[in-house]
Design a protein around this ligand. Sequence first.
Ligand SMILES: *Cc1c(COP(=O)(O)O)cnc(C)c1O
Length: 459
Amino acid sequence: MLDKRYPAEPFRIKSVEPVTMINREQREEVVKKAGYNTFLIDSKDVYIDLLTDSGTNAMSDRQWAGIMVGDEAYAGSRNFYHLQETVQELFGFKHIVPTHQGRGAENILSHIAIKPGQYVPGNMYFTTTRYHQEANGGIFKDIIIDDAHDSIKYHPFKGNIDLNKLQALIDEKGPEGIAYVCLAVTVNLAGGQPVSIENMKAVRALCNKHGIRVFYDATRCVENAYFIKEREEGYADKSIKDIVHEMFSYADGCTMSGKKDCLTNIGGFLCMNDDDLFLEAKELVVVYEGMPSYGGMAGRDMEAMAIGLKESIQEEYIEHRIKQVRYLGDRLLEAGVPIVEPIGGHAVFLDARRFCPHLTQEELPAQALAARIYLESGVRTMERGIVSAGRDKNTGKNHAPKLELVRLTIPRRVYTYAHMDIVAESIIDLYKNKESIRGLRFIYEPKMLRFFTARFEEI
Ligand SMILES: *Cc1c(COP(=O)(O)O)cnc(C)c1O
């Protein structure tokens, strides 16, 4: 690892967790038993786990030390004040409501900020986010730029909102027909693609003109900040901390999953500046989560999160994070494996349409590819395509997203470049033999968020 493009790990290893690989025969049994759904495979049967970057972070020695100073008081825990102070300083919002994880914050925000029948435009959807919006009577509307739906086209900020689409929705429904704009940084389902400061500013200006609120899905905001530093004019010499702060200065609040950029394993929070909205959020948090000073988190978890947030904005950390993901993507690209470009912040996405051109979308190519990667290598990945997109609530028909992807999500501070090499080499081998990948069909299909527990068989 002497290539300067890919900095070595900015940490040394103090504690290890052994992993082992079961043999191919055993993996064949495992994948059949799991109904070809990688979510249903047991962790013990996985060699390298790239299912998600959610809650899979490795904590630092300081965070573990923080665990020991957890104040588990039912009310007014000192760790809450540490977390509140940290979030206020980094994000700049007035109020914070802790929740058990990101979707807890989404549930509360959707309850208090959406009136039934109102639209919630967003830069692509996220599964739980859209679920809560729709469950509260909201209508999701995708207003991301068209380029985001193209897996090959280069755009430095593929997560940007298309201002013309937003303007058209305002013209059609009126400002009162819009609950708020939901702006995700980065955009998970587009491949971890960032949003530029310029776009955030423009969205803010347009929404100000019409009195519409803007809430960010802040889940991977630090990764987004790194791309701004790398790609946006005028930001190369700014600190990640300042960029994060500026990003949130264009929002009225945010929902945050603690399981990603906060470098912890559980938790989340909701932020806002508005005092009245905060009061409503506090009334709901006691119903769904817990006291406003813990909201579903243990004191020790809030402490680890406060420390993790401070570590996440360290320059060496975030540079290595983004570049380790890029390393895996670059290796696949060099071998001609079709992936989403440019390479995003938290994951490399295989383009299953181009990987498996012999399968139709109804044959669930991304699901089939994810199952096959596990069988070949013990590497666990996840489908992000027609299965994840679910069915239209009204027509009952499958949403057919343009992007049919398999996500190789890299946990933070967990794996080394050597692990990335193993992953790259097994996928390159499979690509040479891609015609042998068979399509799948549902044998069990849950009504909601079906991808988590659905079962399949080979066609
Ligand atoms: C993970 C995630 C969420 C939901 O957060 P949880 O902590 O898993 O509930 C919301 N938005 C995005 C973009 C995410 O990746």
